[in-house]
Design a protein. Structure first.
Length: 144
């Protein structure tokens, strides 16, 4: 009986932990240890352990009761946050917590339109220059 327990333990120690997937092996976050007919997955960042079993050729890990409680707590907190954001949106409140900025004045709008108009006139002037030089010489001018 002792021999049956020692041999797998020695083999596991020599081969090291087995990754559950290529992703887990790549970042080294999780370690798998064989425990009877199952595996224990250790999260090396948080110390959380999960029991995993092989089913239909795949390793299936289920959350433990304390992990499930933490998950449910986070889920509840996020649901409350979403509800608060939806209520704020329905009431017309800004979602960022800041007051909406005022619209620009008529003078600022006219100034912006003037800038864009000058830009567009310059741009289309260059286009016309390219077209006329291409028609005269048969090739586009080199402005680069």
């Amino acid at each position: 009986m002792k021999f049956q327990l020692v041999v797998p333990a020695v083999l596991l120690a020599l081969t090291g932990p087995l990754p559950a997937s290529a992703e887990e092996a790549a970042d080294g976050r999780f370690r798998l240890e064989k425990s009877g007919d199952a595996f224990v997955r250790l999260d090396t960042r948080t110390g959380a352990m999960t029991l995993c079993r092989e089913q239909d050729g795949a390793l299936v890990c289920r959350m433990a009761a304390d992990e499930r409680a933490a998950y449910e707590e986070d889920l509840g907190r996020l649901e409350k946050r979403v509800e608060a954001l939806e209520a704020a949106l329905a009431a017309g409140q800004p979602l960022t917590g800041r007051q909406r900025e005022e619209l620009p004045s008529d003078e600022e709008v006219e100034r912006s339109i003037g800038i864009m108009e000058r830009f567009m006139r310059s741009f289309f002037g260059l286009v016309e220059e390219f077209k006329s030089k291409e028609e005269k010489t048969g090739r586009a001018p080199d402005h680069t």
